[in-house]
Design a protein around this ligand. Structure first.
Ligand code: SF4
Ligand code: SF4
Length: 452
């Protein structure tokens, strides 16, 4: 029997004060408009702003003085819309169970070393005595961030793409009924593995497994989920992880949307880790509870399929502008989901600020060598090629509903077909002149193509 979903927006607590969307760093609605909008959402009437402009950043939950959880109300309304119109065709590319998904297409461009790492992570069968490390679908796109590091020697790394990051990115888009099925499916995996301690690479996973699955999806896990940043900080503090190579780097920190789910702990641990690595922090205008999204969240409130990448990148541009204004040498993300899109944005707008994952900073402080920025630049253009190709293909497809949660091992949606057009696009991006022209063109058409 299917577990029952719980709606966590507290209508009885909401006094219609309107502060949620008035303080929202994206919408900044006048108070009267905001009051009217929350009433429309509660009644299920047509939304004027939120459902077509929200970046799914979670901040409104923190602004609500009544703890009514307006963010969860937004997700419920998107779930209602999904039931009526389905997902946009471009979303095939983030569905690991569909042909043409990003993980499948990226196989065409992975290095042999990356393939070896990923193969090991994907096909390891966990044992009950293992401490597992969930690599996650997005770190899978950037395996060089952690592949080959001594940090992995503490765990058994596992990479199951069709765990869909516990449903994290679908949850942010309001695909709540699908997330519930993912929660049930993920529980089957965990129980079969029998491992008690599971270290998770993303705040999103930590929050999903500890809060969303049990409290909203009716799926309780029996495992002990350990946040990787907490694990890192504890092991740096205990001296288990040595950081002999102090970096003299000024950095600014990107707080991901899910970091707001657990406030101070998720925000402060990465900052303490960076300081231990010898970094000094210059903060951006919008941080922590007010942090702007990397851009990915702009896809949640999609209006037109064709506008999706332009909406996402144009939101990411704001982040780079704020990062550059701090004067910091580098922008650091502690979420790999944000990082892959931010690198694509960085290449498209040619931002001069360096961009690292926090694990890369720790590895450099440990004295490990990175192939920075070459690996990132190559991967950014792999991803830009895949998004360009997926957008072209999606113009011939219709909206769809997510049916399959596991990939079919025989017809696998993980093994790519030949995709000659994608290969040509990627080949062209090897030419510097083409990259420059493409970036300029993208910047020129972005204001006309975005939907907001
Ligand atoms: S989730 Fe973020 S962008 Fe959306 S309404 Fe709430 S504060 Fe605004
Ligand atoms: S959800 Fe909270 S902030 Fe928004 S109107 Fe209701 S009480 Fe006010």
């Amino acid at each position: 029997m299917r577990n029952k979903r719980t709606i966590t927006f507290k209508e009885d607590l909401c006094d219609l004060c309107g502060l949620c969307f008035h303080m929202c760093p994206v919408l900044e609605l006048p108070l009267d408009e905001s009051k009217a909008e929350i009433q429309r959402l509660i009644k299920g009437l047509e939304s004027k702003y939120v459902l077509s402009k929200c970046n799914t950043c979670l901040s409104c939950n923190l602004y609500c003085p009544q703890n009514a959880k307006p963010y969860q109300l937004i997700l419920e309304r998107w779930n209602d819309i999904y039931k009526k119109r389905g997902a946009p065709p471009l979303y095939y590319f983030v569905c690991p169970t569909e042909n043409g998904n990003i993980w499948q297409l990226l196989n065409l461009f992975l290095s042999n070393q990356e393939r070896r790492w990923i193969y090991k992570w994907m096909y390891y069968t966990p044992k009950s005595e293992d401490t597992l490390f969930l690599i996650g679908s997005y770190t899978h796109l950037l395996p060089f961030i952690i592949g080959g590091s001594r940090l992995l020697e503490y765990f058994k790394p596992i990479d199951r793409i069709d765990q869909w990051e516990g449903g994290a990115y679908l949850y942010q888009g309001g695909y709540l009924d699908v997330v519930q099925r993912i929660a049930e499916r993920t529980k089957l995996d965990f129980d079969e593995w029998g491992s008690q301690n599971v270290v998770v690479s993303l705040d999103a996973l930590h929050y999903l497994f500890n809060d969303v699955h049990p409290k909203e999806m009716g799926v309780k896990h029996d495992q002990n989920f350990i946040n990787f940043h907490q694990w890192l900080l504890d092991n740096i503090n205990s001296g288990e992880i040595h950081l002999p190579n102090k970096l003299e780097l000024t950095v600014t920190v990107h707080d991901n949307c899910y970091s707001k789910a657990n406030g101070n702990v998720y925000w402060e641990n990465p900052r303490r880790i960076l300081e231990k690595c010898g970094c000094s922090i210059l903060e951006m205008k919008h941080i922590k509870q007010d942090a702007l999204c990397c851009g990915f969240g702009a896809g949640a409130s999609w209006v037109k399929n064709i506008s999706l990448p332009f909406d996402m990148i144009s939101e990411g541009v704001k982040k780079f502008k704020e990062a550059e204004e701090t004067g910091a040498m580098a922008l650091v993300s502690y979420c790999s989901g944000c990082l892959y899109l931010m690198w694509a944005t960085k290449e498209l707008i040619k931002s001069k600020v360096d961009l690292f994952h926090i694990v890369e900073i720790v590895r450099m402080a440990m004295g490990e060598k990175l192939n920075y920025p070459k690996d990132h630049i190559k991967r950014a253009w792999d991803i830009i090629a895949i998004i360009t190709y997926s957008l072209l293909l999606s113009t011939f497809k219709k909206n769809f509903y997510i049916k399959h949660l596991s990939y079919d091992e025989s017809l696998s949606t993980y093994q790519p077909r030949k995709h000659p057009i994608l290969k040509i696009i990627r080949y062209l991006f090897n030419l510097k002149l083409i990259r420059i022209v493409y970036s300029k063109l993208f910047q020129m058409i972005m204001p006309f193509m975005k939907s907001r």
